[in-house]
Design a protein around this ligand. Sequence first.
Ligand code: BTN
Length: 254
Amino acid sequence: MKLSDSPPDAACHRSQVAGWELLEFEVVDSTNFVAGKLGAWHAVRADTQTAGRGRFQRTWVSDAGGLWLSAVVPTGADRERWQALPLVAGLAVIESLKAFGLASARLRWPNDIMVNERKLAGLLVDTFKPQLAVIGLGVNVTNQPAAHDPTLKTTSTRLADLLARPPSLATLTAAILASLKSEMDVMAQSGFSALKPRINELWGGPRRVTIDLDGVQRFGLFTGIDDGGRLLMQDDKNGPTAFEPHQVRLLREI
Ligand code: BTN
């Protein structure tokens, strides 16, 4: 994957925030690409992205007013630790949003943040260098995603639609980075299983889903994750089954 055309030495504002070195730009191609050149505990925020990326090579609308943030974290060589990152980041974002009064946000496996059936935020984890991961997160705040992509009119939501007074981007950035640092510290000290109970409270209860196992569809009840971050599903034929995240190409709620 190509790294950024927007180098970290382009005009940017640098500050120390909650244990992170934060670089802020007016515009970059993708904050994940810029962050991919940096070391652990660097974060990159941009007012807009010209090539914002979503999962499955989709475009991520990144207009002014949204939070487009990437954070570089150490992963070590442990695959389990790496594959848990979207869940840890989702937990960190939802915890921060709760502190601003948003009680209704939930996780949709593995890394969408939803309010009811609409998407508020998405996460994209990339690896550009060994033993480092870039956690990219996009949160709709006061931006206008539907003005750029009409299909988002019924599928997306923004903090401005949900809170009487949405936090400023600076306040939200600091809160999310602080929360992410603290959850990463818990994982480093006590392992992923220490976070599992809190993550399992965020699914909004069991949900009927279909999962795509590389072309093979399975229907069942999504019930959460286990200590290793595996997806737990129950169906009439097979009983409870645990799937490694990399086995599941796509999960759809039905
Ligand atoms: C998804 O839900 O498909 C993931 C969306 C991730 C968007 C964020 S915005 C900041 C970072 N930079 C990118 O290009 N993508 C992520």
